[in-house]
Write a protein that binds this ligand. Structure first.
Ligand SMILES: NC(=O)c1ccc[n+]([C@@H]2O[C@H](COP(=O)([O-])OP(=O)(O)OC[C@H]3O[C@@H](n4cnc5c(N)ncnc54)[C@H](O)[C@@H]3O)[C@@H](O)[C@H]2O)c1
Length: 413
């Protein structure tokens, strides 16, 4: 950082949180530990949730936030720097657009998009207002995800040809929720509706939107039996939910073709009894990584034809990211094993320095759009559908070293 940056940097930023349910409350517990962040205001349609979230702040001895059930009444608050959106999926992008139009930095929770149109609108609004919009994809800051990024940058994987990822999480209990918006997405929609925990890091590894891009998406879905069978066994008294017919298959596989030739495969299942996995994998000419096998296999003549996974922990000494080393010594607490701290820290730093966010609006729109394309592909009998170029050609010439976490593995001849 040069002297100018220090001079221009804000000491403390004021944040408005929109949506204050469990995810937001978890983020609040992280943010109240940061001396350079003030949670100035909260908004939720439900007053009781807002009050619960406000109590976390005041119990920590911090000033009470302003509160309102209509976020539009808070966007023009004096001194506000940024908005974090943690509402349900279908309101993320409209709220982001309103916040960008109010001249604010925006961080949005993860989720699918409702249409390509809203993804375009998001990009256009961010370009017009000059304000960044960062998907707060905490998994991009996972310890192993960052470690793999460092190894890619160091050339360990050679030329990368393929990556895998996904979201396998038994969420059948969603059927019991009082306001089951996520369940209803699976009743009415098709496709890979929750994919960025796996896809975000993979896109960063492959330099998507930075000298690489997603060209096309193909999805196929299985039959949908998981939720119905679970509801039958676990909620026999609930006649209304017994009648639900689920469109979305229990298992969706999505394949992506990238401009540099790589293939990405994504698995989505939330309605079957499976152990949790984001299924991250990476396959290059010199090495392979598998989250599920908890290891990395580096090519070597010593293998004598039988390749084995080396535990990923064996690579921490050399490749653990300095941000993680610092965090592990800091005594700070954050959910999801600490990655929530890193994603918030990265967003806050960009707001303070008034720089581009490490996950920018093109990444946010692209990652969210894959859900819509996956749905379109399934509806069209698993035919390929084309990803719009939200960067409008800028992906061809963007500085690949200015990429937040990871530098691109791509080589320039
Ligand atoms: N990154 C992660 O690890 C992670 C983990 C869990 C959830 N999430 C994401 O966080 C988001 C929120 O998750 P949750 O489980 O807390 O959701 P939730 O559905 O329980 O809560 C959403 C809250 O937003 C409020 N809300 C909805 N529309 C609003 C509006 N227009 N104005 C103000 N408030 C509004 C609702 O009243 C509710 O309290 C989701 O997008 C989810 O996918 C991310």
């Amino acid at each position: 950082m040069n002297r100018n940056d220090t001079y221009n940097m804000k000491r403390k930023i004021n944040v408005l949180l929109i949506g204050t349910a469990s995810r937001a409350q978890s983020l609040i517990r992280t943010m109240i530990q940061l001396p350079d962040v003030k949670i100035a205001a909260l908004c939720d349609l439900q007053k009781s949730r807002m009050e619960k979230a406000a109590k976390i702040i005041t119990d920590a001895g911090l000033p009470p936030p302003k509160m309102h059930t209509d976020y539009k009444q808070l966007l023009n608050m004096k001194g506000l720097d940024a908005v974090i959106v943690a509402t349900a999926w279908n309101s993320h992008i409209p709220i982001c657009i309103d916040a960008l139009n109010a001249g604010l930095y925006v961080g949005t929770e993860v989720g699918c998009a409702s249409s390509l149109e809203e993804c375009y609108d998001l990009v256009k609004t961010s370009e017009r207002t000059g304000k960044p919009c960062m998907m707060l994809e905490n998994c991009c800051y996972g310890k192993n995800e960052m470690l793999i990024g460092n190894m890619i940058r160091d050339g360990v994987f050679g030329d990368i040809v393929s990556a895998s990822c996904g979201y396998m999480h038994d969420l059948r209990v969603l059927a019991k929720q009082q306001y089951p918006y996520r369940l209803m997405q699976n009743v009415f929609r098709y496709g890979d509706l929750y994919l960025t925990h796996g896809l975000g890091p993979v896109c960063q590894w492959l330099g998507i939107n930075k000298n690489n891009r997603i060209l096309s998406v193909v999805s196929m879905s299985s039959a949908a039996r998981g939720f119905s069978s679970w509801i039958k066994e676990n909620m026999p008294e609930d006649q209304q939910r017994q009648k639900l017919h689920f469109n979305n298959g229990d298992m969706t596989e999505t394949m992506i073709r990238c401009a540099n030739g790589e293939m990405i495969t994504i698995t989505h299942t939330i309605s079957l009894p499976v152990p949790y996995s984001r299924r991250n994998g990476l396959f290059g000419t010199k090495a392979a990584y598998s989250e599920d096998c908890k290891g990395i296999c580096i090519d070597s003549p010593d293998h004598k034809g039988e390749h084995k996974w080396t535990p990923i922990e064996d690579f921490y000494a050399k490749y653990n990211d300095p941000a993680w080393e610092k965090f592990e010594k800091s005594g700070l607490q954050a959910d999801h094993g600490g990655m929530d701290y890193h994603v918030i820290r990265a967003f806050v730093d960009a707001v303070k320095k008034q720089t581009q966010t490490p996950i920018d609006v093109y990444d946010t729109a692209t990652w969210a759009a894959v859900s819509v394309l996956s749905e379109q592909s399934i509806i069209h009998g698993s035919s390929p559908v084309f990803m719009p170029d939200f960067t409008n050609g800028k992906w061809l010439s963007r500085d690949i070293n200015n990429r937040g976490n990871f530098k691109s593995p791509a080589k320039f001849d």
